[in-house]
Design a protein around this ligand. Structure first.
Ligand SMILES: [Zn+2]
Length: 308
């Protein structure tokens, strides 16, 4: 099934496969001034092509190589063979050989399996900027959700096409390949851009999204801190998951354990191994020193930096 919303010059196209008459999970493509950002899954490619008959598609850009973003590409390529398709080098590798995604059965059922597509243009060739007739969108590296991820930012409108670098809500589960350090760093990048509007991979478009981005950052970094405290108290991972992330069972069940609360605890531990002070160091002392340094350099009054 497909839903279409107009946001000024942007057409938001939300797609989902139905299960028992209900949408399973939404993903989105966005059209702006002849440029299509992402292509939805293979399962809804025919519906996407029908929606796009009302506009012209002159260029295509991909945020990352997951099947719900590149699955529609093969059908689009057949329909618009002359439209260049821009992506990062790693996304191009996945589009060429989607079996590298190593999709679990549930992903194949929810999204369908992408067909290989060759001949994509690496973003470096256009110096990371895609020009349409009226706009210029800058590709911004935003790894974490996947290693290959980029977002696209239009600096005059301050519109941010974030792909899955921003996923709303409070994660209770996590997939093992997601990198929390990358996710947090990329959310900070998104906050630094101070977007006026956020067009995420879910299709849930947000105005003035800085609070949402900061809330997400605070949730994830707060969770990592809580995990560090319980780790320091010698609590085991299963007990930490129970205390901090109770209620994970539905997502774990549907993804046959690919997403789990334990994965999220492990992700926090990997993150903490990079960012927490060494054992024995006074966290308050370290933080106070860093804070003093920041104040000296005048950065603490920077409103675009969400982490205070
Ligand atoms: Zn994704």
């Amino acid at each position: 099934m497909i839903q279409v919303e107009q946001h000024g010059p942007v057409i938001a196209i939300r797609m989902a496969r139905r299960f028992l008459g209900k949408p399973l999970y939404w993903t989105a493509a966005y059209w702006i001034d002849g440029l299509l950002i992402d292509t939805g899954p293979a399962a809804t490619a025919a519906e996407l092509l029908r929606v796009l008959e009302q506009v012209s598609v002159r260029q295509i850009a991909l945020t990352h190589g997951h099947e719900d973003h590149i699955g529609g590409l093969a059908a689009l390529r057949r329909k618009y063979p002359n439209a260049p398709v821009y992506a990062s080098l790693r996304t191009i590798e996945l589009a060429k050989a989607p079996d590298r995604l190593q999709m679990q059965l549930y992903r194949k059922l929810v999204w369908g399996v992408p067909q290989p597509v060759e001949g994509l243009t690496v973003l470096e060739e256009v110096a990371d900027v895609i020009h349409t007739q009226r706009f210029a969108l800058r590709a911004v590296e935003t790894p974490g959700h996947s290693q290959d991820h980029v977002a696209y930012f239009e600096p005059h409108l301050r519109w941010l096409f974030a792909g899955d670098a921003f996923i709303g809500g409070r994660d209770r589960t996590w997939a093992p390949e997601f990198d929390l350090f990358g996710v947090v760093g990329s959310l900070r990048t998104l906050a630094l851009l101070d977007p006026e509007r956020l067009f995420p991979g879910s299709g849930n478009v947000r105005r003035n999204p800085l609070n949402d981005i900061n809330d997400k950052l605070l949730y994830l970094t707060g969770l990592a801190r809580d995990v560090a405290k319980l780790d320091a108290a010698g609590i085991d991972a299963a007990e930490i998951a129970e205390r901090l992330l109770a209620g994970d069972s539905r997502m774990s069940f549907w993804t046959q354990g690919h997403f789990s609360a334990l994965n999220l605890i492990e992700a926090c531990r990997s993150y903490n191994a990079l960012v927490q002070p060494l054992p024995g160091a006074s966290r308050r002392g370290v933080g106070a020193a860093a804070g003093a340094k920041r104040t000296k350099r005048g950065l603490s009054s920077d409103p675009s930096d969400p982490i205070r």
